[in-house]
Design a binder for this molecule. Structure first.
Ligand code: PEP
Ligand code: MG
Length: 328
């Protein structure tokens, strides 16, 4: 307990000079979302709905999904909970659905799969909306969007589900808030289409895991090329800076939910670039809050500026690590 008090885990995250940073949770298993473990977070920045799907023997019914989603929304009343629609395929095959492909990460993944199975998508979105009746805190996040047609098609389906569930809610004398809709920024093609998102999405969330994988053309789970996979690669950092700049210009709220946000060096560089919302696994929350609290915003900006001028990931890592070490 003393340690918790010392770290100030219950307190909101801020830099040494009191710039408030939103720290959200990445979750998937209900155990992840236990409020006892996660006091002092600002909400759930990424709820990976595929995790409960992976644990079942068959597709969960609309009822089952509704109960699962309700539990999470109820755990974080008055805080945003970002529910991502099914992101299976790639490294996450469902045991009850065989997809055989030579290049699964370039294949039938995320939104590509669900748009080819609108019945699965609609059941899931209806379950999310039904769960959100009486809770006003749900946002919907779409994975693996590579072009605007996928987004528009998804919004049409969400609107259809919304109309259906709103009627159910109305019959019960309740109202249903239209969820905010956002997309993952994780397929590089979308980096060049950010202006078209204006008016279409309410927020964006950067998936640095896949963004790194696809920018560097490196399988994020292949040990042979693990040395090539590096989220501190200058190309990735410049992409992150570009997203930040565009989100400010377009006035679209942005957060980062890939592993980089829960990494001490990553978090400092992201805040230094201008990011104010980071979403991470439970185990990283205390560490990131602690590190943010010991370094000022100006120092983080300087670090980010340096990183964006550097040529090699290794020098960025060693310089930033040395800086962190010198601050205890
Ligand atoms: C990501 O790609 O960074 C991300 C958060 O999504 P996932 O790891 O589930 O693909
Ligand atoms: Mg991803």
């Amino acid at each position: 307990l003393a340690k918790v008090v010392e770290i100030g885990l219950d307190k909101p995250a801020a830099t040494r000079d009191q710039q408030r940073i939103n720290v959200f949770l990445n979750a998937g298993l209900s155990a992840d979302t236990s409020i006892a473990v996660n006091r002092g977070v600002d909400g759930v920045g990424l709820y990976r709905t595929e995790v409960p799907f992976l644990l079942q023997r068959t597709f969960p019914s609309e009822e089952e999904q509704t109960h699962q989603y309700q539990a999470i929304l109820a755990t974080y009343p008055n805080k945003p909970v970002v529910m991502r629609t099914l992101d299976i395929g790639g490294d996450k095959p469902l045991p009850y659905l065989t997809i055989e492909e030579d290049n699964p990460f370039l294949g039938w993944r995320g939104i590509r799969f669900t748009l080819d199975h609108p019945e699965i998508f609609l059941i899931q979105v209806r379950a999310m909306l039904r769960a959100s009746i009486g809770h006003d805190n749900m946002d919907i996040l779409l994975p693996m969007i590579s072009g605007i047609a996928e987004l528009d098609e998804s919004i049409l389906l969400i609107d259809r589900a919304y109309t259906e569930v709103a009627k159910v809610a109305e019959a019960q004398g309740k109202s249903l808030r239209r969820p905010r809709i956002g997309i993952m920024i994780e397929v590089p093609s979308i980096l060049y289409q950010l202006p078209v998102l204006k008016g279409r999405v309410d927020f964006i969330s950067v998936g640095s895991n896949d963004l790194t994988q696809y920018l560097l053309a490196v399988d994020r789970n292949n040990a042979r090329v693990a040395g090539v996979y590096d989220a501190l690669h200058p190309a990735v950092l410049h992409a992150l800076k570009h997203i930040m700049t565009m989100s400010q210009q377009l006035d679209i709220p942005v957060s980062v939910c890939g592993e980089l946000a829960g990494d001490p060096i990553g978090a400092l560089l992201l805040v230094g670039m201008g990011y104010r919302s980071l979403s991470m696994n439970t185990r990283n929350v205390a560490k990131i809050k602690y590190i943010l609290r010991h370094i000022s915003l100006a120092e983080m900006e300087e670090l980010a500026q340096y990183a964006l001028s550097a040529t090699f990931a290794d020098e960025i890592r060693s310089q930033t690590t040395a800086f962190v070490d010198s601050h205890g």
